[in-house]
Design a binder for this molecule. Structure first.
Ligand SMILES: [Zn+2]
Ligand SMILES: [Zn+2]
Length: 342
């Protein structure tokens, strides 16, 4: 089992999960962080996520069925959510902090939690940018459904939904998939965000994200697109080129209870934005993260769920690691203009 360890200097937590990786001497750049790289394949019988290989993933916790793959003798699923075979956190249940040696300098606890993979589509070569809208609606619906289940478990503090696209973004499995990790702690950087959004709410009486939406619309310098329910912007404080945020106009602290009309709109927004990046930057590697308030903060007036997309046009290097200051060589205004016209 993996282990959570706390840095006594920053109070930040790390997960030590040796079984997910190779031996130290086998570590390489672009190592597959998710599953044995021997299984990587271009849509052949070796891909664990392709139809026909369901048994290699263990029992699904959620399956959606479509009717577009009948007659080929393959299982008729359109989406499956399965436990990650090499989980960062596993097993759930109560977690107890313990100290290594006397005193409480080195605190650690069992790596309990949940780690799931959303196999987004039966077709090995699809990606969100090229999927039909109904398929992406299914992906988003599965996020909302699994979020609702996991966040209700008493030991879960935070549910992180994310997608790594391409080897530069942390995966070598081509088959379209995203991941969900439910963790028993709220990490320090998230706690800081919560504290600052609370402070903003106390001072201004409004949500900082709602205010950002209004301000970006008024300035109209970093807006990529706007629909009935969502606003797509490049943030004023973008960390790297083409950092893109999808902000829902309706104030909600998490995706829990998001109405179907918004899911449908979001599917189209996500396809549009990722399609623009796909065309404009030639199918870049990227990560996207769905940011929801930690459990105890929901419902909250001050936190506003949203999606952050970070294309990998940029390597975090010594200065960022040493100072915590990001050095972005392209202005978000320029990137927004480019993407709007793509
Ligand atoms: Zn596959
Ligand atoms: Zn808000």
């Amino acid at each position: 089992m993996s282990e959570l360890r706390r840095n006594p200097i920053t109070k930040g937590w790390v997960i030590i999960a040796p079984e997910r990786a190779k031996r130290p001497d086998q570590l390489q750049k672009h190592m597959d962080q998710e599953i044995d790289s021997n299984l990587e394949a271009e849509g052949t019988s070796a891909c664990p996520f392709c139809p026909g290989n369901e048994e290699s993933c263990g029992e699904a916790v959620l399956t959606y069925y479509g009717d577009n793959r009948g007659g080929r003798g393959e299982p008729n699923w359109s989406l499956r959510v399965v436990p990650n075979k090499y989980p960062a956190l596993v097993g759930g249940g109560e977690v107890m902090r313990r100290a290594e040696g006397a005193g409480d300098l080195f605190m650690h606890m069992d790596g309990k939690g949940y780690h799931e993979v959303v196999i987004e589509h039966p077709d090995h070569l699809q990606t969100i940018a090229t999927m039909p809208a109904e398929a992406v609606e299914g992906v988003l619906a599965s996020y909302v459904e699994r979020y609702g289940v996991l966040i209700e478990r008493p030991e879960v503090e935070l549910v992180t939904i994310f997608r790594n696209n391409g080897p530069g973004a942390g995966t070598s499995i081509r088959h379209p998939h995203s991941q969900i990790i439910a963790s028993p702690i709220v990490p320090m950087n998230f706690r800081h965000v919560i504290e600052e959004t609370v402070r903003y709410y106390d001072t201004m009486g409004t949500c900082v994200y709602c205010d950002m939406i209004a301000k970006e619309r008024m300035l109209d310098r970093r807006v990529v697109s706007e629909t009935e329910h969502f606003m797509v912007i490049m943030p004023f404080f973008s960390r790297s080129p083409f950092e893109t945020w999808i902000l829902p106009k309706a104030h909600r602290a998490s995706v829990a209870g998001i109405p179907e009309a918004e899911v449908k709109d979001l599917a189209r927004v996500l396809i549009d934005v990722l399609g623009r990046l796909y065309r404009g930057l030639d199918n870049p590697d990227y990560n996207y993260m769905i940011q929801c308030a930690p459990y105890q903060e929901d419902p909250a007036d001050y936190y506003h769920w949203h999606i952050q997309i970070l294309p990998k046009c940029y390597e975090v290097a010594g200065f960022e690691l040493g100072s915590g200051i990001y050095l972005n060589t392209t202005s978000p205004e320029e990137c927004a203009r480019f993407l709007r016209e793509t």
